[in-house]
Design a protein around this ligand. Structure first.
Ligand code: NAP
Length: 344
């Protein structure tokens, strides 16, 4: 299927109509690119500002099938990009700032001033780290507070650091930090980790890791130079307060979906994920989603890849159907508005 000229009723943009625009460059986005390119849809992929998504800041990926020797997150992203491009995905380093979904073809507007019409969109905008939202956190970002051990671990060589959280990210990144730090204390609000057993076992066996159970950070305090000096703590069982000295605080308390683009336009769940059905369809016909923007359960590279593949296959099928039928309800504007209405 070739990209076609803008129909006469598509009065907002000049040029061609893309068959499919993919938003996001994590595993879901590049897989959607690979599959839609191989379906001859000539996909256009906008990377967003965080090229590669969260896996690109992961030191080592050892649970992605096919790589028993493990590989770094950036290397995996690069390989995925190369494979998508090999079959024709056009990758543009640009950030999508707006989508217009109450017309068809849809409109995609980017930070670099591109305005693209698209018959289908695959949303793969992923997620970002959640903040603790405690005093001192924002003020000390980059001055000892970090959300990325791979990026910042090196600066803590020979230092004492604290990790906040009890999930896979906290334990995995805590293990990584033992390469640099003299001691890594993992603060967790309960007395049982959420992280997978294999990571737990590694952490328990690592002499540089200590656990501070039933404890939350209530404030991050600075020294006279404005750098992290410690963390004020609160025991979640006894209510006891305290302070731990440290030079670095790494926060891994979950993620928030990157949904700003979709608010008021596509249906979101109570946690802000795009709502999709089992065919990766959002509530607007022609807009599909894959990866952590819609996945509130699995959040693995392997599952994001699978969702990207599924969304691409459904997009291909949907575009084929569009050749025989007009856009759902397009002939009747009232029906069209109803179809794209966002439930409140
Ligand atoms: P997560 O699984 O949601 O864990 C977040 C952790 O932060 C939980 O332990 C939670 O405590 C704690 N937490 C949340 N809010 C907090 C607060 N305000 N104060 C203190 N602690 C707080 O998030 P994640 O570790 O980033 O992992 C996200 C997903 O990615 C998961 O599905 C995970 O399996 C996956 N992942 C996988 C790998 C891997 O396979 N190697 C690596 C990284 C991430 P509670 O436990 O009490 O809720």
């Amino acid at each position: 299927m070739a990209n076609s000229d803008v129909p006469s009723n598509g009065n907002q943009v000049e040029g061609t109509v893309e068959d499919v625009v993919i938003i996001g460059s994590g595993p879901a986005g590049f897989t959607a690119g690979l599959y839609t390119a191989r379906a001859n849809l000539n996909p256009l992929l906008f990377t967003g500002n965080d090229y590669g998504g969260q896996v690109s800041i992961t030191y080592e990926v050892e649970n992605y099938p096919g790589f028993p020797e493990a590989l770094s997150g950036p290397e995996l992203v690069e390989r995925m990009k190369q494979q998508a491009e090999k079959f024709g995905t056009r990758v543009e380093f640009d950030y999508v700032g707006e989508i217009v979904v109450d017309r068809h073809p849809f409109l995609v507007r980017t930070a670099n001033g591109r305005e693209v019409a698209a018959k289908a969109i695959i949303a793969c905008t992923g997620a970002r780290p959640r903040y603790l939202e405690i005093p001192g956190e924002k003020e000390l970002m980059g001055r000892g507070v970090s959300y990325c051990a791979t990026c910042d671990g090196f600066f803590f060589r020979g230092k004492d650091v604290i990790v906040v959280g009890g999930g896979d990210s906290a334990v995995e990144e805590g293990l990584f930090l033992t390469k640099f730090a003299t001691r890594v204390r993992i603060l967790h609000r309960r007395d049982e980790l959420r992280a997978s057993k294999i990571l737990q076992e590694r952490a328990f066996a690592n002499p540089k890791i200590e656990f501070v159970w039933n404890t939350v950070a209530s404030e991050i305090v600075a020294d006279a130079e404005g750098k992290v000096a410690g963390v004020k703590t609160l025991n979640t069982v006894t209510g006891e307060t305290g302070q731990l000295e440290t030079e670095g605080v790494f926060i891994f308390v979950g993620h928030l979906p990157n949904n700003e683009l979709f608010k008021g336009k596509l249906e979101l769940d109570e946690d802000g994920h795009l709502v999709t059905d089992d065919k990766m369809r959002t509530n607007v016909p022609g807009i599909f989603a894959a990866g952590e923007i819609m996945d509130k359960v699995f959040k693995q590279v392997a599952t994001s890849v699978g969702q990207g593949c599924a969304a691409a296959m459904q997009t291909e099928k949907w575009l084929a159907e569009l050749e025989d039928h007009p856009y759902p309800g397009f002939a009747d504007p009232r029906v069209f508005r109803q179809r794209v209405a966002v439930p409140v």
